[in-house]
Design a protein around this ligand. Sequence first.
Ligand code: SAM
Length: 243
Amino acid sequence: THFGFQQVPVNEKASKVADVFHSVASKYDIMNDLMSGGVHRLWKRFTIDLSAVRKGQRVLDIAGGTGDLTKQFSKLVGSEGQVILADINSSMLEVGRERLTNLGLTNNIEYVQANAECLPFEDNSFDLITIAFGLRNVTDKDKALRSMLRVLKPGGRLLVLEFSKPTNPLLEKMYDTYSFSLLPKMGQLVAGDAESYQYLAESIRMHPDQETLKDMMKDAGFVRCDYHNMTGGIVALHKGIKP
Ligand code: SAM
């Protein structure tokens, strides 16, 4: 075990993902800013705004990593509310916990090592669930979506922030060049780790596009599913409601 979080059994894809995030955890925040030119902050800001989270609510930030979203939710739900930062990876969770604790956010955040495919929470227990740049790493996405549906309260919403398919072919071409040649080089230069960033590019290309993910959410049982493209579809924010 790392840092006393409970270990979970993993399959091959999961163990690859685990290696990647153990390896990048300490450099994760700086790499995020570098690779996206800081734009990930805007994508996250938009997600927070759309979440419409209010005081006293219970929020689950699954695959929450170093806690960018949790940090904002913690301020929004106040002391009567609660935010759970859940992640499968103990290194990411530890970086997140240390970072948010250092910011003095201690009264309403809990840290849980958990797999999105089998969330260890009660049925109908969250007003909002977010998964940001996490779903593409999950082995069984359908299972994860159903697990999220189960723990949401009726009327509660799921927000999935994830890389998607650029809507313009020229942009797609440029973006492909960027992710497959520049990204691994930056990973090597800054984090001494080209392989993890090669994985990142591959996982982005493999991830379902806008309409496919929307259909997957419907199939899992979400209603009023819709999405909003950002930065020309490089990223999309999907929304679904538990009936
Ligand atoms: N949400 C954060 C953000 O937007 O900055 C972190 C995103 S990071 C790219 C992806 C995170 O997903 C990693 O922390 C990784 O450990 C986590 N993850 C991967 N597979 C997971 C799973 N099956 N269940 C829960 N978390 C998972």
